[in-house]
Design a protein around this ligand. Structure first.
Ligand code: ZN
Length: 388
């Protein structure tokens, strides 16, 4: 990785390695980092002394984001070559999602989006669209998920525009990384589905808008069709699968609507009584029946929700990736991309590098504490005078 400074005194690699360690140990702020600055760990991990919090923020702001993206690609390539990223149900799957990372009334930068709040004040915030690769588990290993790339949403544009800009870059860099893209109801839009179709990729999105012709048309058809019976986890399901729906002619390649009515019971903790639950889903996909049977579509579509608490949310809540280490659009983007790199390396290490015997019975949180402990270990705690 490189940055835009001329005659740098501190190397880019030192700064990058320090930032990765901040995420791995979940330090959460640059000031927390400064407190650990005499730890022995830094002398062995970095090829020089740890720089100040201020220098670190300033240097990350000048890092060339394209070179961080190359770093992410390098990790992907290595894992792919080592067969650590198997397909899911016979398909290579990615998830696209838009997230807000930070909001403030006081601080803003050139990359900030603005909105008027109910209290009349203007709030500044940042939003990104993120792409994550989902994989199956290699034999006797946990599955690895990789955050591949992000694109900041610009002022005045909708999320779909940002998403297309992201995908154009991702499809050029990772032409074969995924076959099908999962996304929420916002992405059930003809231009977006057609964009994917023109690149030979399928979409699987939530179909929510009841006004949409496709929804109403499918509704008419499933009223006449007996459901397929199936199951998802412990849920009993009734599925309707309507291929070749012609009611949305703007979408190239034909659309298919899958509906799943699911029922299961939950044991109430207090009353010990079984309480019945139901859920109803409708998805739109451009996957053909030959590419994915009804059951596969349902399993893939549920993944979209199963990863809600992992991936980006895990980064923001557990890794403090939403923290604004330096409020400047280039810095925010680079810190997040470095958080992606830290996330990918950590999960690959946990799933693939740790021997199963060592991993067994120890949660991911255990390894995080172990890393943090090393960073917080001082060479020698010196108390100048013992109390009398
Ligand atoms: Zn900003």
């Amino acid at each position: 990785m490189s940055d835009h400074r001329s005659l740098p005194r501190i190397s880019t690699s030192l700064v990058v390695k320090a930032v990765l360690a901040i995420y791995w140990s979940r330090l959460g702020s640059l000031n927390a980092l400064e407190m650990t600055h005499s730890a022995k760990f830094w002398k062995t991990w970095l090829d020089g002394p740890l720089c100040s919090a201020d220098s670190l923020g300033r240097i990350v702001a000048s890092v060339d984001a394209a070179t961080v993206r190359q770093g992410l690609h390098h990790v992907y390539e290595r894992l792919k070559r080592n067969k650590a990223l198997p397909d899911l149900h016979g398909l290579a799957v990615a998830v696209l999602d838009g997230q807000e990372t930070s909001a403030s009334y006081r601080r803003c930068c050139a990359g900030c989006l603005k909105r008027r709040m109910a209290n009349g004040q203007t709030q500044f915030y940042h939003r990104n669209v993120t792409l994550m690769l989902l994989c199956a588990s290699p034999p006797s290993r946990p599955a690895v998920r990789l955050l591949l790339d992000l694109e900041p949403q610009r002022a005045g544009e909708g999320e779909l525009t940002t998403a297309v800009r992201l995908l154009e870059r991702v499809l050029a860099a990772y032409p074969r990384a995924f076959d099908v893209l999962l996304a929420d109801a916002l992405y059930a839009a003809a231009p977006f589905l057609n964009f994917l179709w023109s690149h030979g990729k399928a979409a699987l999105v939530v179909l929510k808008d009841e006004r949409r012709d496709a929804y109403q048309d499918a509704g008419g058809l499933w009223a006449q069709q007996p459901p397929q019976l199936g199951s998802y986890d412990a849920r009993r399901c009734r599925w309707w699968d309507i291929p070749d729906l012609r009611s949305w002619p703007e979408v190239h390649g034909g659309t298919r609507v899958v509906r799943s009515e699911e029922s299961w019971t939950v044991q109430r903790q207090l009353s010990k009584q079984a309480s019945p639950q139901t859920a109803s889903w409708v998805w739109l996909t451009t996957l053909s029946v030959a590419q994915a049977r009804t059951e596969q579509v349902v399993r893939l579509a549920h993944l979209r929700w199963d990863i809600e608490n992992q991936g980006f949310n895990e980064l923001v809540n557990g890794w403090h990736a939403g923290h604004v280490y330096r409020h400047q659009s280039g810095a925010i983007e680079c810190f997040l991309l470095l958080a992606f790199l830290a996330y990918n390396l950590f999960h690959a290490f946990f799933a693939l590098n740790l021997k199963p015997a060592l991993r067994r019975g120890r949660t991911m949180a255990f390894w995080v504490r172990l890393i943090a402990a090393e960073i917080h270990a001082l060479p020698r705690l010196v108390f100048p005078h013992a109390p009398p």
